[in-house]
Design a protein around this ligand. Structure first.
Ligand SMILES: Nc1ncnc2c1ncn2[C@@H]1O[C@H](COP(=O)(O)OP(=O)(O)OP(=O)(O)O)[C@@H](O)[C@H]1O
Ligand SMILES: [Mg+2]
Length: 292
């Protein structure tokens, strides 16, 4: 990945205080947002997303599930200022998002975005160094983030010496050091086995409680979405729109033990009943494309 993009995506550290919170105002707001990728040679333009309306409340944990290729990463790119909406408006803390990752937003990408030529410590410190943060402050924040993500003993290792899951944790640590107020996570646990995913989910919940950040998580795992979230948005096949938004009703101090609760099954069942038909549409479209 281009370091400029990765650095911007990790969120520049800023001394600026967060914008004053107004309980009535959503932390982020999308209205009528669409994204159409322009036509490549010999191809039609791709209508990837929307129109989408979404209010993210301050401090909530919102997950997005949807069939592969429905526009989830596109939604995250538009919300994070990495891609422009073709139509509609995107706001974070009451200000329009356009052209840049806003101050206070941190993004963890779907793919491993660690820099192979930098140590774990230097990877984690990258965004803060670019922002000119003092070394003592960097050390404190990086040590804390690496310890939090279970990487304390690996500060001098290089990404190639880590497992896929550890590299993904490093990418989360690199974003956490910037203390984002809105954390956008694109399938951060996709490469992990089921048990590790559940445990990482517990860590993410601790982080969410500890920081008070608003989290938007994209995941293909319905159980993960149901366990972690205050609300789960279910997207249609491309172009992705929200078909259903499910409030889970969990308490803030939840953890992975809720997978054993009866209401957990009801929530995942509702998510799947909406998603099933959409996934079939996506699959049929992909099969048709292969057969052409
Ligand atoms: N740069 C691009 N140019 C053209 N089309 C694109 C581009 N990026 C994504 N697309 C298309 O837009 C659609 C949505 O892509 P996106 O990556 O947002 O889906 P997704 O829901 O994140 O998929 P997945 O679950 O597989 O990660 C897909 O059909 C994809 O092929
Ligand atoms: Mg994606």
């Amino acid at each position: 990945m281009n370091p400029d993009v990765a650095c911007a995506a990790a969120g520049e550290a800023s001394g600026a205080p967060p914008a004053p919170a107004s309980p009535a105002e959503p932390h982020a707001r999308l209205r009528g947002v669409t994204r159409v990728y322009p036509a490549a040679a010999g191809r039609e333009p791709v209508h990837a997303l929307g129109p989408v309306d979404l209010d993210l409340h301050r401090g909530e944990f919102f997950s997005v599930v949807g069939p592969s290729g429905c526009g989830k990463s596109t939604l995250l790119d538009v919300l994070g200022g990495l891609a422009e909406a073709s139509e509609g408006t995107v706001e974070f803390e009451g200000r329009p998002v356009a052209g840049n990752v806003p101050d206070g937003v941190g993004i963890v990408f779907q793919e491993d975005a660690s820099f192979p030529w930098l140590s774990v410590y230097d990877n984690a410190a990258f965004g803060l160094r670019r922002a000119g943060t003092a070394e003592a402050e960097i050390r404190e924040r990086v040590d804390h983030a690496l310890a939090f993500m279970g990487l304390r003993g690996f500060a001098t290792a290089y990404p190639a010496q880590l497992s896929g899951g550890m590299r993904q944790r490093l990418c989360i640590a690199r974003t956490l050091v910037t203390r984002p107020r809105l954390l956008l996570l694109d399938e951060p646990f996709g490469a992990l086995d089921q048990q590790t995913r559940l445990l990482m989910g517990d860590e993410l919940l601790k982080l969410w409680r500890g920081t008070g950040a608003t989290i938007l998580l994209i995941t293909h795992a319905l159980d993960e979405a149901a366990m972690l979230s205050d609300r789960v948005g279910v997207m249609s096949a491309r172009p992705g729109v929200f078909l259903d938004v499910v409030s889970t009703g969990w308490s803030r101090d939840r953890d992975s033990n809720i997978v054993a609760e009866e209401s957990f099954g009801r929530i995942t069942g509702r998510l799947w009943s909406t998603l099933r038909a959409e996934s079939q549409k996506s699959l049929a479209f992909g099969q048709a494309a292969v057969l052409q």
